[in-house]
Design a protein around this ligand. Structure first.
Ligand code: NAP
Length: 468
């Protein structure tokens, strides 16, 4: 497996990196274990928080350069890259600010003398995807470093410059190599890291296939895993949804990161024939107005997809959809210029027997459905193997909340696309994975909430009264 930057806007290979050697990997595991036993979790929460906050500050100071690195690695629009860096810095600050409270010992109501103490588990492996190269790392590293765990990160092979840049930020913030290390590991090496008895857990964000492989390996070693996998989020548009605002939200939900987001609006489900027609026209016009160009140019509104392979996969899915009876309302073709650009695409009439109906389409492609009523919208939203996010648009907030609760997912938003902030948990159900990242829930995934129960000296053993 090669780690290399192929600029998606040009198709040029810009940099290559060697896969780590077995000897280097062994040294990193030794250093991580030594740091866990003797250094990082032994530092005060305040010291750890200072370092994590310094990392946030460096990200903010260097955001222009880091954003350009991200854009060259995987093609996202420069403005969106800056937004991602600001979110990443906010995540790091959030955990630095809230750790002391979260990690404080908790007494147990009704159990005098019993206390829960938060203890770190040890070395964690994070396997991360390319689509949000800084955010994905920040949302693991922020909580786990504050808990006192140490992290070995295996980033996606197409964003090596981001992986190196993130590690450099960590190091300059005073986070030692044993507490955070990037590894350019092969798939086999990922397996060997999971097998290492000093590694206590693994978190993966990525495809179902990679998730199942890594989770199976972790389970064989009786280690905990957290999986953040794919999605096919629905946006349900009810009869009373405000038109303009809903279209604007649908565009952000669909087109952020050129549609390459696990929580992108992959399916738009509009209630009512007449409104369906109006929304389809508006979405077609809005998506057609996007202008392909250099993603480093702030005026560009349509970025390339991440790679030639990703583009070919999308073209195959579009052809599969068409052959299965879908109508291609907009786009469907490669854009005739250098780089991996796909026309913004809308697929309609994607029926339940169409091969793409239950699949995730990871790019600027919207599946558009029209249904008769709310019940049909909910049934269609839930008729996929995924359960990550979802949204509902309506003027009636109570109804919106009721429909949001009926969507089978880990997250559902009323009058906004599925979105991420440091304070809100992120994760799914069904084939979208298990466990959560971010918020207080993300804090707790790799914590040993150790029970210590203290009874007065000279206490009789439990059951002694009954026995007597
Ligand atoms: P992917 O192929 O699964 O890659 C993700 C990571 O897993 C990469 O670091 C990859 O390394 C590694 N990997 C792949 N196969 C592996 C294996 N057999 N053993 C160990 N590691 C392995 O995912 P992708 O297609 O690039 O990313 C898009 C997917 O991620 C979509 O399904 C998307 O919805 C999902 N995603 C989910 C979330 C979420 O929070 N739920 C967020 C973002 C993306 P290499 O690059 O070296 O192959």
């Amino acid at each position: 497996m090669a780690y290399l930057t192929t600029n998606p806007a040009t198709g040029e290979v810009e940099r290559t990196f060697d896969t780590i050697t077995a000897k280097q990997l062994a040294a990193i595991l030794d250093e991580s274990e030594d740091c866990f036993r003797n250094d990082w979790p032994k530092r005060s929460i305040q010291d750890r928080a200072d370092a994590v906050r310094r990392a946030a500050a460096i990200i903010r100071e260097e955001q222009d350069e880091l954003a350009a690195t991200m854009t060259r690695d995987m093609g996202k629009l420069i403005g969106q890259a800056i937004g991602e860096l600001q979110l990443s810095a906010a995540i790091l600050d959030y955990y630095a600010d809230t750790a002391a409270d979260f990690l404080s010992p908790k007494s147990l109501p009704g159990a005098p003398g019993a206390t829960l103490h938060a203890q770190p588990l040890g070395i964690l492996l994070a396997v991360e995807p390319w689509n949000f190269p800084f955010f994905q790392l920040a949302r693991v590293v922020g909580p786990q470093l504050m808990v006192g765990n140490v992290v070995i990160a295996k980033h996606a092979s197409n964003v090596p410059q981001c992986a190196v840049a993130f590690e450099s930020v960590m190091r300059r913030a005073g986070i030692p190599a044993g507490a955070y290390a990037n590894v350019f590991a092969s798939t086999d090496q990922v397996g060997s890291i999971i097998d290492d008895p000093r590694v206590r857990g693994v978190t993966l964000t990525g495809s179902e296939k990679a998730g199942a492989t890594v989770a199976e390996r972790a389970a064989r070693n009786l280690k905990k895993s957290v999986l953040e996998l794919g999605g096919s989020d629905a946006m349900i548009v009810l009869e009373d949804a405000p038109f303009e605002a809903t279209v604007m939200n649908a565009m952000v939900g669909k087109m952020n990161n050129a549609g390459q987001s696990c929580v992108a609006t992959k399916r738009m489900i509009v209630v009512g024939e007449k409104r369906g027609k109006q929304f389809l026209e508006a979405m077609t016009a809005a998506m057609a107005s996007l202008k392909a160009g250099d993603p480093l140019d702030p005026a560009t509104t349509l970025a390339p997809v991440s790679s030639e392979a990703a583009l070919q996969g999308l073209l195959e899915q579009i052809e599969e959809a068409r052959a299965g009876g879908a109508a291609i309302v907009l786009g469907g073709n490669r854009i005739d210029r250098a780089g991996s650009y796909l026309e913004p695409t809308i697929l309609a009439n994607v029926n339940a027997d169409n091969p793409v109906y239950r699949k995730e389409i990871f790019g600027p492609v919207l599946m558009f459905h029209v249904v008769a009523d709310e019940a049909a919208a909910i049934a269609l939203a839930n008729d996929v193997p995924f359960g990550l996010g979802g949204s509902v648009f309506t003027a009636d907030l109570e109804r919106g909340e009721r429909v949001a609760l009926a969507i089978e997912s880990g997250m559902a938003f009323v009058n906004g696309p599925t979105w991420s902030t440091p304070q809100m948990p992120f994760g799914g159900i069904k084939n979208s994975g298990y466990g959560r990242e971010l918020s207080q829930l993300g804090f707790g995934e790799f914590v040993n909430w150790k029970l210590v129960a203290v009874a007065p000296a000279g206490s009789m053993p439990p059951g002694a009264d009954a026995a007597g």
